[in-house]
Design a protein around this ligand. Sequence first.
Ligand code: PLP
Length: 444
Amino acid sequence: MEKSFLIKPVLDETYPVIEYGKGIFLFDKEGKKYLDAASGAVTANIGHGVTEIIEAMQEQAKKVSFVYRSQFTSDVAEMLAKKIAEWTPGDLNWSFFVNSGSEATETAMKMAIQYWQEKGIKTKIKVLSRWVSYHGITLGALSLSGHTGRRARFVPLLEDFPVINPPYCYRCPYNLEAPSCGYLCAHELETAIKRIGADQIAAFMAEPVIGAAGGAIAPPKDYFKTIKKICEDHDILFIADEVMTGYGRTGTMLASEHWGVIPDIVALGKGMGAGYAPIAAAVASEKVMEPILSGSKSVMSGHTLSANPQSCAVSLAVLEYLEKNKIINKVEGRGNYLKYQLEKLQDQFSFIGDVRGKGLLLGIEFVEDQSTKFPFPRNALITQKMVALAKEKGLLVYPAGAGIDGINGDSIIISPPLTITEREIDLLVHLLTETFEVFSNQIN
Ligand code: PLP
């Protein structure tokens, strides 16, 4: 093969070249077909090659592809911000558009700090978070991330913002069950606030369903209500990182809606552009914007391509497509159908420890022993093996962490495009079963 100068994730690995995509399938240059049960990285939420999105891109490109936000605004950026305000709960009305999820969480963090500064409080500059979490790869977002593997190389440069355990009921550190546990893992936030001092803390950030770091860990019922109340009691803003869960992935526009909480700021990404364009956002409530609007009148952030018209046109077309085809309403039913079949696989394969998640963001944790929940040895590289075996079968699944530290465990995320049909789910489960059969033969 010709020498490649493209920096890929693993430099000595060969990656298939994708020729085109259609619906939930990708086709490589060798003619191999892949069922994209990961939506890439939980991103291609409406599948590939959707005509309406391609047309919206062409239409916008003919008008103008770039205007600089310090000089101009555009109809599509204005319309997108208005639609997000309509589609999100409460008064999450103000969108700051950026280009990636990492920029969205970092912008959300900065907005929280600025909120307190504008109110005359300069000491509130920390944004606390949880272990077994992922909020992005840039240094600010990595400081928020409780993903030990991704932090490792850069620890001396990072803030130690992750301070509490996640609501990981399968491996509860207290060995208790919700709701009788009293949500001790949420109350850890109260202890951390007392230790650090509420006067130092601007906000607390969490993913409603933990993605890459934990393999689709959904919280028990009143977990987020407890967290929100602790934040309110201590004058701390609550930021939901909905980069993976937003835009309908779990069956509601924001996953926070399932648990009856309205965040002060939300980070969106991935599904916003559904893979057709890079776009993400920090969406702030009226409460957060009020002191900024009556103070400096400018959010201190911005990227050259913020609110790029081409990206905004895509995201607007994605929302319209979701609306026109009533896709978000169908997610719960499809998710339940898929989850039920994954749970059935748990009876067949003893290495499936847990099946979890919400809507079409589902996770499977692998264990050496179902009864003890013992993980496989680290050097067995089970997650990587499972992802590779599935890929061989023509099935794409997303690798994730697991275990109380997010690294001593194995899991995959199953997150097909929200447009997947029941028949396609059956095919997904068939390919996954074949993958598990091969794996089972290898370990027995
Ligand atoms: N936040 C969450 C919850 C994510 O899952 C991710 C990416 O996986 C990010 C932030 C970072 O997004 P990006 O990779 O677009 O920078």
